[in-house]
Structures are given as C-alpha cells and as structure tokens.
Design a protein around this ligand. Sequence first.
Ligand code: AMP
Length: 474
Amino acid sequence: MTDLLDDHFHDACGVCGVFGHPEAANLVYLGLYALQHRGQESAGIVSVDERMFLTNRGGGLVADVFRRHELATLKGQQAIGHVRYSTAGGSISPRNRQPLVVDTAYGGMAMAHNGNLVNGVPMRRQLERRGSIFQSTMDTEVIVHLTALSRRKTFPERLVEALGQVQGSYALLAMNEQCVIAARDPYGVRPLVLGRLENGGYVFSSETCALNLIGAQFVRDVEPGEVVMIGPDGLESFFPFPARERRLCIFEYIYFARPDSIIDGVNVYASRKSIGMRLAQEHPVPEADLVIPVPDSGVPAALGFAQAAGLPFELGIIRNHYVGRTFIEPQQTIRHFGVKIKLNPNAHIIAGKHVVLVDDSIVRGTTSRKIVKMVRDAGAKSVHLRISSPPTTHPCFYGIDTPTQSELLAALHTVEQMREYVTADSLAFLSMEGMYATVNGSRTGYCDACFSGRYPIPLPRQEENTQLSLLQET
Ligand code: AMP
C-alpha cells in the first residue's frame, strides 16, 4: 500500500541541491517533484543570492507549497531543497520544515537532512545545557548547532567536525554563501547521488529520478563517509571519517525508492521485479488464476511473480491517485472509508477467481487485512497473499518510521497467526536469502535491521531510546 493511506507512517525524506546554475531554485523545485514519494508533509527550498539566504517552505505537497511568484524570488546560482515526512522531530509544526537556515558567527548556513541520528537526543540535551536554543525538534538542528559552535577555519571543516560527533544515518546537504556540501554517513544508509547539469553546474539528489527530470547526467553515488564540496574552485571530495562497512538500507529497494531510480548501480524496478520472480519460486500458488498487485507498491513484484508463474497479471484493484493527505473520514456511516477512498476492487476481474495478491510489506497488518477483505468481498474464490520482503520484525532507527516493535505484526506473531489476522487463505513472505539473491546477488553491504534485528550503527542505551521515541511522537 502507499504512504497516503496511513497517516501514522513516516517516510524517509528527500534532498536535492544545485550549484552553478542561474535557475538553481527552479531546478531544485523540479527535483523535489521527482522526490515527492520520499515525503509529503512539507517541502522547502533555500537559495543564496548575493550573500542573502532566500527561503520558501511550507506544509504539504511540492505542487501546493511553491507559488510561482514565490519561487521567482528564490534567485541565485545555488539552492538546496527538502521534502519531508517526519521521523525524529514529530510532524505538523511549521518549525520542523527544512532546509534549516541560520546565521552564525561565520555567516549564513542552510541545511537539509535525510536520515536519523541515533544520538540526537543526548546530543541535543548536552547542547541545551551549554546554552544552545533550538528552534525545532528535528535532530538535523543538532548538526546545525555543532557546526555553528565549531572553531575550525573553513565551512567544510566545521561541518565535518560536527558530523564527527553524531551517530546515525544522514544524506545531508549544507550550504553557505559560497558552496554546497553533500555528506553521506560512513555506513551509507540513505542514498545520495551526484549529477552534472548541461551548463556544467552540479546537482545532488537522494535519487537518480530527480536527475532525469532536470536533464542532468548521473555522475556517481556520493560514497559512504564521503563529503563532497562544490564551490567556486570546483569539486573537492574528502573522506574524513574512519572507513566502515557499507550498509545501504535494503528497504529502499523493497519499498521506498522510486522504481526508475538506480541506487548503488542497481535499478530499483529491476530488483523489485526479480524479487517477485523469486517469490513465485519460493511460494507458488498452484490453484491461482491470476496475480493482482496492491497498487502502487506491489506492482513490480506482482509483475515478476506473474511472469515467473506463467499467470495473468491483472489490475484487480484500482487506485485513485487524487486522494490528498487530508480528508474527513465519516465516523460511523461508512466503515473503512480510508481504504475505500483510495483503492477499489475491480470485481469484474476478481469474481470467481483464485487470486494471488502481492504487496511489498506488512507492518501493522491493518492495511493487508482490509485489502484481503476487499478482494474477497469482490467475489474472489480464494486470496493468497504474497509479500515481497521478509517479515518486518524490528523498528528502524535510521530514518524510516516504523511503529514500535510491539505494534509490528511480525514481531509477536507467527506467519500462521498473521495469516489468520489478515484473513488470507495463505500467506507467505520472501526469504532473506531470496531477498539478497535478487536485489544485488550480494548479502553484504546492506542494513536489514527491520528484518533481522541486526543494527549496524550501535543504538543508544534503552532510556535514551525511550526518549527518542517520545520525541518522535511529539
Ligand atoms: P500495515 O501492514 O497496514 O501497517 O501497512 C503496510 C503497508 O504500508 C504496505 O502495503 C507498505 O506498502 C506500506 N508501508 C510499509 N512501510 C511503510 C512506511 N515506512 N511508510 C509508509 N508506508 C509503508
């Protein structure tokens, strides 16, 4: 299912930045359009023109936040932007919109961050005790304060000193009056790429799909632990942190990234489709008549499943693409309105059929339960739910919001109990081996903590974790 349905979910964020183009803000605006799937809660762009920082941020979708005349005021050759769905820092409050812009002893600075700091709360407390006054509840602001406090000579040195004190995941863009800096945490949990514009300018983006839209050439991924600075003297790259084993979030391939993006050399669509093929081999459904995706997230895997199983692929559920985030759900009159407004079964296709229903993941299980019921009510003879990832048993602390462990259906239930809960005739998940064999053929190099509980970046002590989740809920 998609993110619009469940307000309780928090997406990872998306970042985009341009250096060296007279229409920097316009290009970032387009880039954010392409990254909209990474966050729908707020969007913002900051540009620099003649040492002035110009800002436009607002709540909602990119299309709603930026008015033509406001965009036109974002002049300058460099700009960074952000789309957000909160993890640490909570939602709604306008204070929590990025990019952050501040004045420091060294001049202005803007910052946009995708990721989550695992020591964000203790660092913040420390800074507050030293007198820092925070304007937001975002952990990104910790990096801003640390950078402002640094006594190092240059902007990249100050940023690096700040980043050296935080732990967690970040794909980050920072900007002063002269340069744009991109940094990716030493594990490379969240993706970040570098591209080149036709006029020779540079662009950074969370995903390659933004480069395609603005006609930029993909140059390369920003490497884990790398800091790339682009300024008047061109591009400079540093590796200031001790080398770590690369740990890209495997869930980017399963669900988050856009299917047309290429992450670390792997096309997301291709990996999802081969995952679906593998799923068909691991968990075939001999009696099936057809394969139906849960749109949109289940589509590539369902295609792969259907091809591998030699079954028809049909759009048995139709998604309404025009549902915004805010709608009023009638309290009593129509039940499950939330799902129905967005997804409708195509009974013509489903009635009388044995159906394989494919989705990418089960988190709480509430969506799957509603959709299985919907398909059954539309006349399916049987509903076999196939999930194109292993069971989600552990929460993410690195930038993807998942509920607490006790709310994760797979944390406390067997597959059979889950099947019963979602009321499917059968339920099966992709194996870990299957996931790795199909995503990239290699088992190393990924964070799979949500499926395995193996957290590559050490988590803070339990009480700090509790504070962290409290903060997330504010
Ligand atoms: P549920 O099992 O009802 O909690 O929701 C599972 C659905 O949410 C799946 O169909 C996924 O496509 C989608 N999903 C999984 N993880 C996330 C996430 N972090 N943010 C938004 N949607 C998600």
